[in-house]
Unconditional design. Sequence first.
Length: 296
Amino acid sequence: MNRLNLFTSPVAVFSGFQSELQNADYVIVGVPFDATSTYRPGSRFAPLAVREASLNIETYSFRSGIDVEELKVHDSGDLHISGNVGETLRRMELVAEDLMNSGKIPVFIGGEHTITLGAVKGIHKNLALLSFDAHLDLRNEYMEQSLCHATVMRRIRETIKPSRIVEVGTRAVCREEIAYAKDQDIAYVTSLRIMQNGLNRVVKEINLLLGDFESVYLTVDMDVLDPSFAPAVGNPEPDGLSTRMLLDLLSEVCSRRIVGFDVVEVTPHYDTGVTSIQAAKIIFEILCHIHKDKKM
């Protein structure tokens, strides 16, 4: 765990319940990074805001019947951020690798969505990538940047080559991304289809797409929620999912095969704390459903 200690520092503890690192099953790492944000920067403040929210909401999950207090969770603090995007992602990769090699499930609190690339690089598994996001993030370049929040899924496809990429909640794309998704067999489920077809049909579709993969990395961009539920995000987009829809979907797809996950793109100063509370609740629910499946 030398690299974890080298690149992180302790801050407020997520949920308020702290296990020793060596005994923990789940390890929280904040990533206060938003160097490529283009519309509403500020996600660098999210790790602290989400931690503060987690201290002030209850930890029991009615959906899973599990209390976060039952879990062995360790908060290792925040990643030491570099002004260089590549260096920050390299540090994330090393930390994720350390955690995976120690049998832990890494939980990253962003920060902008670009951080997912660093996390997935450190896992070194044949995996499927499941993304909840209003955007496909499949542009080749955005605002003269080839590595940024709007291109991250494309860079993941090119460099890591996950066996399957499934994007859920899509509603904000350009023609370039649609063409690339089709060419690369990247599956996406629009928010419109979710609302028209219902959750049960969509859950079956997602699980069919994920197939028999034993390892799934999950990323939740908070803009997958409609701005009425999560107004403080970097790139809000109307016609999104409700909190109930998202939590119901997550409860059906989160299982022991989740090898790591992140929650990204909260920009706390654009609201009075609502979005940070939503993010903390989402992390609670994901953890509880993974833990429930592991107990079965």
